[in-house]
Design a protein around this ligand. Structure first.
Ligand code: AMP
Ligand code: MG
Length: 478
């Protein structure tokens, strides 16, 4: 294991040193052994609750130089400079087998100078949701932070009701957010901003340094990655829930999971975050918000790039988004190379799902398993308006046949239409069991999301939509 503290030592004025304070009687409950091995972490950490104890020791290698990072952010459209790691700590970076430095970040380890009178804790419920959500997106092929381990505890903390405190360690290429750059820009801390850019170039985007205008190259890369990530969210029905700029990663990975959800029924304006009364972060608003967030970020680049240079980068957002979205959506229905006929058939399919309130993931899955030669596939029974379905199916069959090898198309569909996603009711079942100290369901769901396209899950509980589709409402920072 090779640990570094590059962010903490190169940018001492941008952090506060904080030693972790784990909640009482922390116990290691979940370990991502594959990820731990990939990072070369010591096997001892996962044995006999070693790591839980070690994190209470200020001399432990992960606690000696742990820091809270300062950042700001646009929250629901309004600038807030008062943010930072209020309950998270960057413990260290660890070098993986590809010589990349990966952040080890502990969430829920007590207050920091940025806690704003809050307790610095995270509840078991939201920690489990983040732990499973991050891994699920990763295995669906959507860039995300990863989940390394989760600790339960005996400590009660107070939210709307008393809950149990928990902690998790997540990993990411870095925890640098849009809001990091925004903060030093809006505070006219030009030197700090420059140092942050320098650190970002050297450790995370060295290829940008080869460009004539590294800042522009960096903004371009962030724009492209963000557009592709959000296109994949839209394609798989993922709602982030709190797309504030402090929750946006410069690496274009899904990050800071809060009241996230996957769509059950296809409802394009779905909102799950109960504090988002205006629906700013509704499912169908996400692509536009992604661009809004990039505009906010781009202000921090204005000292280094001209407005036309910035505009040139941001102009790439929409075509990149569309390209990725159309490609993935067509793959989901077994077609390649977008053209207007195929996109029209795709849109008719989506309208049927939406008009007839069908389950987004399950119906796509059924389509991927349907025999394209059949004149009346069982999928037909899903739709009340059979006439609309039959007309659509006829046109769709023609397209598939015209495109060629329908077996190859079906194979492609099977790797783009998951049987398993971490639906809200699955997560709730896992949470209810964990609250009774039973982490078996969590382990089972984690196993299933590792191979979400595998047919062995189709007949299990993890492939089932909820029995009722009553409105779901999830809370933000918990
Ligand atoms: P979030 O909505 O989780 O992205 O959090 C927004 C801000 O509030 C971040 O600066 C967090 O660190 C901070 N925060 C959220 N919950 C807590 C908590 N329980 N204790 C301290 N800070 C918190
Ligand atoms: Mg956050």
């Amino acid at each position: 294991m090779k640990l570094t503290h590059l962010y903490a030592t190169e940018l001492p004025e941008l952090v506060s040193s904080v030693t972790p304070q784990p909640p009482a009687n922390s116990t290691l409950q979940l370990v991502n052994t594959a990820l731990a091995e990939e990072l070369g972490l010591p096997a001892q950490w996962w044995q006999n609750n070693y790591l839980a104890g070690a994190l209470s020791d200020p001399d432990f290698v992960l606690c000696r130089q742990s820091v809270a990072q300062k950042y700001g952010g646009h929250q629901f459209g309004h600038w807030n400079p008062m943010l930072g790691d209020g309950r998270g700590l960057l413990l260290a970076e660890v070098q993986n087998s590809k010589q990349q430095h990966i952040d080890l970040h502990l969430k829920g380890a007590g207050p920091t100078p940025y806690s704003r009178h809050a307790d610095g804790r995270a509840v078991l419920r939201s920690t489990l949701r983040e732990y499973i959500g991050g891994e699920a997106l990763h295995y669906l092929g959507i860039p995300s932070s990863r989940s390394l381990c989760l600790f339960n505890s005996d400590e009660t903390i107070y939210r709307e009701t008393p809950e149990t405190a928990a902690m998790m360690i997540r990993t990411a290429a870095s925890h640098i957010r849009f809001g990091h750059f925004e903060y030093y820009y809006h505070h006219n801390q030009h030197q700090a901003l420059q140092q942050l850019f320098e650190h970002t170039f050297i450790h995370h985007f060295p290829e940008a340094l080869k460009s004539d205008n590294p800042h522009q190259a960096l903004l371009r890369t962030i724009t492209l990655r963000t557009a592709r990530m959000i296109a994949l969210w839209q394609a798989y029905g993922f709602v982030h829930g709190v797309m504030n700029t402090d929750n946006m990663s410069i690496h274009g990975i899904t990050f800071d999971y809060g009241p996230f959800a996957f769509l059950d029924n296809f409802e394009s304006n779905a909102v799950f975050n109960h504090t988002d009364q205006q629906g700013r972060y509704a499912f169908d608003q996400q692509p536009g918000i992604g661009l809004w967030n990039l505009y906010a970020l781009s202000q921090a680049f204005s000292a280094f790039c001209s407005q036309p240079e910035i505009d040139e980068c941001l102009a790439l957002y929409e075509p990149t988004f569309m390209q990725q979205y159309q490609q993935t959506m067509l793959q989901r229905i077994g077609l390649n190379k977008p053209d207007s006929t195929k996109l029209a058939v795709l849109n008719r399919w989506l309208s049927m799902l939406s008009d007839q309130q069908r389950d987004y993931t399950k119906t796509f899955r059924q389509l991927s398993l349907s025999d394209i030669e059949s004149s009346a596939p069982t999928l037909r029974d899903q739709f009340i308006d059979r006439v609309a379905f039959d007309e659509w199916w006829h046109d769709y069959q023609q397209l598939r046949t015209k495109e060629g090898d329908t077996n190859a198309q079906q194979l492609m569909m099977q790797t783009h239409n998951p049987a398993v996603i971490p639906r809200t009711h699955h997560l709730q079942y896992v949470i209810d069991s964990a609250k009774q100290n039973n982490f078996k369901p969590a382990e089972e769901l984690l196993e299933a999301i590792k191979t979400p396209f595998d047919t062995r899950w189709d007949e299990t509980r993890w492939a089932l939509p909820p029995l009722t589709t009553s409105a779901v409402s999830l809370s933000c920072s918990s």
